[in-house]
Design a protein around this ligand. Sequence first.
Ligand SMILES: [Zn+2]
Length: 251
Amino acid sequence: MRSAFALLSLAFAAVSFAAPATNTGSGTGALFQRCNRPGVFALTFDDGPNENSYGLAKYLHSENITATFFTNSRNFFSSPFDTTTTETEDGTKTYQEVLQYYDQLGHEVASHTFSHAVLTSLNADQVAEELNLQSDTIFRAIGKRPAFMRPPEGATNEAVNQVISSLGYSNINWDVDTKDYEHLGLATEEERVRAIVDLDVPGVTLGHIALQHDVHADSVNILTPWLVQYLRSKNYTFVTVSDCIGLPAYQ
Ligand SMILES: [Zn+2]
């Protein structure tokens, strides 16, 4: 009886290890790194919009995929967000119109702060300003305020977390990092994805949140199409972050 119990405990431990519950809670202020169920995969893109972003949104839509964009207003350009334009295959668009396009296609618009500031270097008022200004940008574009944020470089501390929570955000991290910003090429990025995803136990391992950057052309043109075909070959369903964690994307 005792040995049977020990075996059962071991089996349970093995399953637990295969499906770590890395989320720290649910609801406002919580940190999320995984989806809340197996079989789903959330593609997320940081640091945009920039010149690659509209085409990426369109490509994902053509594949019947919705994704989540963690956006800045002043990151890769310093001119006013609402009037700065980008050329797309559907003509010249302002970045405000790019955010509207995300929303029209069912992609989610989340906050990556106004200026891509490292929040741990700021005081509480400055952290709040970074979040509120980006919320204003998103509200002007789509009439909704984001409930999801991702701190630049993933950098937070207790004081930052308090502001994130008090302003009604969930902190959306990731468990799959392609490190596409290192520009080491698809083979290396593939290895990083497969090192995690190939260990998944179907129906058991919780779904993933993967980090990419739409400001890098190779991420949009090479890495993302590979992710789409590879993860489909593993029978994943692509979801937005709100679907992944079961919370609304907007406040
Ligand atoms: Zn970033």
